[in-house]
Design a binder for this molecule. Structure first.
Ligand SMILES: Cc1cc2nc3c(=O)[nH]c(=O)nc-3n(C[C@H](O)[C@H](O)[C@H](O)COP(=O)(O)OP(=O)(O)OC[C@H]3O[C@@H](n4cnc5c(N)ncnc54)[C@H](O)[C@@H]3O)c2cc1C
Length: 307
């Protein structure tokens, strides 16, 4: 039997709401901020640990690749798409529970929502996150951050699932948070985390969150489709500055253009393909290396490419 038929049977037999969300040939451009990418062979939304464990076991049994897709705000999907199952975490897997200053979050939760709810409740530590349009899972994997704070700073432990469907709890140290990366991509899926926030004045926290957001909107492009910063900042410098002094702002290949507002953002301004974006990435890397001697490394994750 073909794996697609097997997946359909399993999902149907489970008789739960998950069945309604299974789709074949789902355009992943719909699920990424870039608005770029071909189709996933299958796409499914899972709302419980048990449903996710079933997907993990299916992946092992049928040797089918699975990609967890958060909000797709740090993702470039290939033009030929992804030959596997795209999974989105919803329902119980997007939970938000507050107990004093200890907060339990599901990986599917939206980061801006977390930031807003915490500020209203007088809990400080995630004010920086209102302008980061990702999920908690994506923020854990990427150790997302801004204004000198990173998501990992407030994390005490992380729950992950391995591909037998077993849950593991990792300490902060075991999660291996570093600048815009973590050790969490070694696991099948990140399920959620416990955060320790600081109690404070709700109005002051909200004001700080809004100031960060305003500064971000004023200095970064928000109108056009993009995937946030394309390159990591080299130690002690800024990728945006290097791209700027290399004269690359506004440079265009196909439908992809280097933002004139912030050089580290590549915009999909006119039906860009993933190839346009990668050609522009390679051109920027080559020009910056030639002009400054620095090799820029990409921050945006790729899905559906051979490398
Ligand atoms: C306008 C804009 C502004 C941005 N500003 C910032 C910023 O200031 N700072 C910053 O750090 N980033 C920024 N980003 C990038 C992005 O929002 C963050 O990296 C975010 O944390 C990614 O989360 P996501 O849910 O969208 O992840 P996705 O893009 O969906 O996925 C990223 C990677 O994580 C994996 N993944 C996602 N969830 C899980 C999970 N539960 N389990 C296992 N793997 C998972 C995916 O498979 C993929 O490899 C910005 C992006 C945009 C579009």
């Amino acid at each position: 039997m073909d794996w697609k038929d097997a997946l359909l049977n399993i999902v149907k037999d489970s008789g739960n709401a998950q069945a309604k969300t299974l789709r074949f040939g789902e355009p992943l451009s719909k699920h990424t901020y870039f608005g770029i990418g071909g189709k996933a062979t299958a796409y499914i939304e899972v709302s419980t640990v048990a449903e996710l464990a079933a997907v993990a076991r299916f992946h092992r049994q049928w040797d089918v690749p699975v990609a967890i897709i958060g909000r797709g705000s740090n993702l470039l999907v290939s033009d030929t798409g992804f030959n596997g199952i795209g999974v989105r975490l919803v329902g119980e897997l997007a939970k938000l529970e507050v107990d004093g200053n200890i907060v339990s979050v599901g990986a599917g939760l939206s980061l801006p929502r977390l930031s807003k709810v915490m500020s209203r409740q007088g809990l400080s530590g995630v004010e920086f996150a209102l302008g980061i349009p990702g999920s908690v899972g994506g923020a854990l994997i990427m150790n997302a951050g801004a204004w000198g704070s990173s998501f990992g700073d407030v994390v005490t432990d992380v729950t992950v699932m391995n591909d037998t469907g077993e849950l593991l709890t990792l300490t902060h140290t075991e999660a291996k948070f570093e600048y815009r990366r973590s050790g969490l991509d070694a696991y099948f899926c990140v399920i959620g985390a416990t955060l320790k926030l600081e109690s404070g004045d709700a109005d002051a926290i909200t004001a700080r969150m809004q100031t960060f957001y305003k500064q971000k909107v004023e200095t970064q492009p928000f109108a056009e489709e993009n995937a946030g910063c394309m390159f990591k900042n080299p130690l002690g410098d800024s990728a945006g500055r290097l791209i700027d002094i290399s004269g690359l702002k506004g440079h265009r290949i196909g439908g992809a253009e280097v933002s004139t507002v912030h050089g580290n953002f590549i915009l999909n301004i006119d039906n860009a393909t993933a190839s346009d974006v990668l050609d522009l990435v390679a051109y920027i890397q080559e020009q910056v290396r030639e002009k400054t001697g620095i090799s820029l490394q990409t921050e945006v994750k790729r899905l559906g490419f051979d490398d």
